[in-house]
Design a protein around this ligand. Structure first.
Ligand code: SAH
Ligand code: SF4
Length: 379
């Protein structure tokens, strides 16, 4: 944060505006190498090098899919690798593609009020959603997830989390705009709470990347105390996505071990208590796994369970992973599940796979496209 740079640089007798300059170099221009911070005095640049400031992530590979999805493989200083994905969508006002991206990113179409007017007559822009990782692997052990099967190798630091967005932004193409960031890559963000919270502050800092809090979505498997903490620390402004994947405890515990620690009644109470701003909704993610949680009776239970909570539901047919024999249900079964929820009055989307032709080692990363069934553009 610039305030912290200010304190540490003031202690060295630097003038106060140098703190802002350093922060701007990093967060506005994406430059982490002090040697390239040309408007800083040489002795300060040397000090920053000595303090260890420098690149924390090195792009190793970029896979570009035919649909424009780009998956970046990034190497950390200790040699571990993580992934981040850029998902572009052409955005005529109210276009289908925009709705897709909004649904993926947890945007409510009904609070798209900030630029509706100013878009009139403008050339279509390409809005990009970036999906970022918070850990190398994950400790939560969900059986359908590549990160869960791999287990936790280590937490990422805040600079490694926010740094993914600096690199993603540097890869934006002509006409593209970074619009949303979703914490849906590798790892459980709320298991790495401190670093996640700090990265949220960095990404939304007005002197930096300056993302709007409501365009940043944190997805969690349901760490109840940390959901409350996130709500309190950010006043409910950060968009929340919950990986529910079942509507009864037995089914959920079988798919997601975390449910044994925080069962559904506690999780639902945490959602009810989240200080959600008016007209905003919590995204419910529901990965459909054949024979496990895809029965229409489970959809009915889900409809009942969520009653009274402002939600929208994203159904995600499971992306098969090598380490598991679990897989997605057929299309008809997916449609039947959706129909129950739609009939019950929920806004319910089926996500389609994107970036299929880039290798999908980290299944969830390529599952951000969405196909709205019930909610269409209004004007
Ligand atoms: N740990 C967090 C965020 C990362 S996972 C969480 O679980 O919410 C992001 C989403 O991808 C979660 O909803 C997760 O359940 C889903 N996911 C993981 N592996 C998947 C797979 N193989 N197929 C479909 N969805 C998957
Ligand atoms: Fe971790 Fe989320 Fe994968 Fe579960 S689904 S193992 S919480 S990354």
């Amino acid at each position: 944060m610039p305030e912290e740079w200010s304190a540490s640089l003031a202690a060295r007798g630097e003038r106060s505006f140098t703190a802002k300059q350093v922060f701007h170099w990093i967060h506005r221009r994406g430059v982490l190498d002090p040697a390239a911070m040309t408007n800083l005095p040489a002795r300060l640049r040397e000090h920053l090098v000595a303090e260890g400031l420098g690149e924390v992530l090195t792009p190793e590979r970029v896979h570009r899919s035919e649909d424009g999805t780009r998956k970046l493989l990034l190497r950390l200083r200790d040699g571990a690798t993580i992934e981040t994905v850029l998902l572009p969508s052409v955005s005529g006002p109210g276009s289908q593609a925009q709705l897709d991206a909004d649904a993926a990113a947890g945007d409510d179409t009904d609070d798209e009020d900030d630029d509706a007017g100013s878009d009139a007559g403008a050339a279509p822009r390409v809005r990009v959603t970036q999906c970022i990782s918070t850990q190398v692997g994950c400790a939560m052990g969900c059986g359908f997830c590549a990160s869960g099967v791999a287990g936790l190798k280590r937490h990422l630091g805040p600079e490694e989390i926010a740094g993914q967005v600096l690199l993603g932004r540097a890869l934006l193409e002509e006409g593209e705009e970074l619009r949303n960031v979703v914490y849906m890559g590798m790892g459980e963000p709320l298991h790495n709470y401190e670093a996640t919270a700090r990265s949220l502050r960095l990404l939304t800092h007005p002197e930096g990347i300056n993302l709007s809090t409501r365009r940043v979505t944190v997805s969690t498997s349901g760490l109840v105390p940390e959901i409350a903490r996130l709500g309190a620390d950010f006043g409910g402004q950060i968009a929340l996505a919950i990986s529910l994947h079942a509507a009864d405890d037995a089914t959920r515990s079988a798919l997601m071990p975390i449910n044994r620690k925080y069962p559904l009644d506690e999780l639902l109470a945490a959602l009810r208590a989240y200080p959600l701003p008016r007209r905003r909704r919590i995204t419910i993610e529901y990965t459909l796994v054949a024979g496990q949680n895809d029965d229409p009776a489970e959809a009915r239970r889900l409809a009942k369970l969520l009653r009274g909570i402002p939600v929208k539901i994203n159904l995600i047919p499971m992306n098969p992973i090598e380490a598991s024999s679990l897989g997605p249900p057929g299309l008809e079964r997916v449609a039947a599940f959706q129909e129950v929820l739609t009939q019950a009055g929920y806004s319910c989307f089926v996500r389609r796979r994107r970036g299929d032709d880039v290798s999908a080692a980290c299944g969830q990363l390529v599952l951000l496209g969405a196909k709205p069934k019930v909610r269409r553009a209004v004007g």
